[in-house]
Design a protein around this ligand. Structure first.
Ligand code: GAP
Length: 452
């Protein structure tokens, strides 16, 4: 049986130490979630998988990491300060505030059904800051609401320092902040979340070619996480943002929620590099951009072969890593009936994503020789550098197996009295519950092959 809702997933995550409501002991703060010991490992594995596929397995993409806070001007010229808002409606009776486009019925309050509502007004989503001692509280910077803009404004720095040729890409993984009107659905809509975004710079004549290319690549990546193709859906945007030539959402079918966006792919033309460029009139910018009086750089590219100078088009892949984590957990969570009144919860994560790669369990707690052998095996597993492995010395083998099934540990290695006599141990596989007797010396190799 799968999960029924994202609320169920949130309870599971709290119980097992994946994620906790932010500021919980002070009553919480809506839209903020903290990752626990298992969540932080799972998230690290998701980031690594994404980074590897984007940077290490390719030759045309570099990574970077920008500051979370940037100059107000960056967000003025990106169009966010003027236009990044959601329609806010307030109920005059119970005073709750709602995002109009998310209301169940646009004429009635979601909480009390009153029809006495304010007219919608634009609610700005960016979190402004007064940085330094000079401003007397006036906003002069913003916490970034996406990584993308902080990549665009570094385009020239990377081009000059890394000698890249078009087409090439730049990726960032990092925090983004949005003052969402109605944060909800566990980590699905948060006010502080993380994005993994690729900006791929191409010649204007090749925009649609690369858009189609990346569409296929991203779907493959999601499937490589163990998500079945039928739980993924592509939703082309019918109404495009003013800067976009084409866009689609990659959606995952969440328990109780249905298909919802986990990643956006946008053909952004020359809007971004054009917006942040000085002397815009020197270029034939195709997107509608605000006149820029403040930039000190031309974010253009000169082709060394043809001599052509132009503002590259951008194809963007924008994924939320928290939504990815929720999708991966939602997909992996399984309740299994084992017959005779027994059941188990098993998290069928791909071993590369599992927070704990292996657990070593001495069968009896009070036998020092068993613990010594278990520690030796654990030491060898740690030395492989595959990620976290643990030793469980509570002595209750059944409980340990169930606990590790539930948190997705691919294998448990049990050391018993026979191990002391013949140097063999039992390896138990999470998904099949199959147990095999193998040589203790072979364990590092077996685990390495499984995780890799
Ligand atoms: N640079 C483009 C951009 O930021 P977006 O569609 O607004 O595009 C990209 O965001 C991804 O970031 C989304 O597909 C989603 O996975 C994630 N995301 C956006 N807002 C979020 C929020 N409030 N909470 C959690 N994830 C969010």
């Amino acid at each position: 049986m799968p999960l029924k809702s994202l609320e169920d997933l949130a309870s599971f995550c709290k119980r097992r130490g994946f994620a906790f409501q932010g500021s919980e002991i002070y009553g919480g703060l809506k839209g903020f979630w903290d990752l626990g010991p298992l969540g932080v490992e799972l998230m690290k594995n998701i980031r690594e998988t994404w980074w590897r596929s984007m940077v290490y397995e390719r030759d045309d993409i570099d990574g970077m990491e920008a500051a979370l806070i940037s100059n107000r001007k960056a967000w003025q010229y990106s169009g966010h300060e003027g236009g990044f808002s959601d329609p806010l409606v307030e109920c005059k009776k119970c005073h709750i505030r709602m995002r109009q486009d998310n209301m169940k019925d646009q004429t009635k309050c979601d909480a009390c059904n009153s029809t006495d509502l304010t007219a919608p007004r634009d609610f700005k989503l960016m979190m402004g800051l007064a940085v330094g001692a000079v401003t007397d509280g006036e906003i002069n910077a913003y916490l970034r609401p996406e990584t993308a803009t902080t990549t665009f404004i570094n385009f020239k720095n990377v081009l000059d320092s890394a000698s890249r040729k078009i087409p090439f890409g730049l990726v960032q993984i990092g925090k983004a902040f949005r003052n969402e009107i109605t944060p909800r659905n566990f980590v699905f809509r948060m006010r502080e979340f993380e994005q993994a975004e690729l900006q791929y710079f191409v010649h204007p004549s090749e925009g649609m070619k690369w858009y189609e290319y990346w569409k296929a690549e991203r779907r493959k990546w999601w499937v490589s996480l163990g998500i079945p193709a039928e739980k993924l859906r592509e939703q082309e945007h019918e109404q495009l943002s003013h800067y976009a030539k084409a866009a689609f959402d990659l959606q995952y079918e969440f328990a109780g929620l249905g298909f919802e966006e986990v990643e956006g792919l946008h053909h952004r033309q020359d809007y971004d590099l054009g917006s942040h460029t000085k002397n815009q009139k020197d270029f034939n910018i195709q997107a509608k951009v605000m006149e820029n009086k403040d930039s000190t750089a031309k974010l253009s590219y000169s082709d060394p072969q043809t001599g052509e100078t132009y503002i590259p088009f951008v194809i963007e892949m924008a994924m939320g890593t928290h939504r990815c984590m929720a999708a991966v957990l939602d997909n992996a969570y399984t309740e299994e009936d084992l017959g005779e009144g027994n059941s188990r919860v098993v998290l069928k994560l791909k071993p590369t994503l599992s927070p704990i790669k292996a657990a070593v369990i001495p069968l009896a707690r009070n036998v020092p020789e068993l613990l010594t052998l278990a520690e030796k095996i654990h030491g060898e597993l740690k030395a492989l550098g595959l990620g976290r492995t643990v030793i469980e010395n509570s002595g209750n083998i059944g409980k340990n197996y169930r606990r590790h099934d539930e948190i997705g540990t691919p294998v448990c290695v049990t050391v018993d009295h026979q191990s002391l006599e013949d140097g063999t141990v039992t390896i138990r596989h999470r998904d099949t519950m199959k147990q095999e007797r193998v040589k203790a010396d072979d364990i590092p190799d077996i685990v390495r092959k499984l995780i890799k």
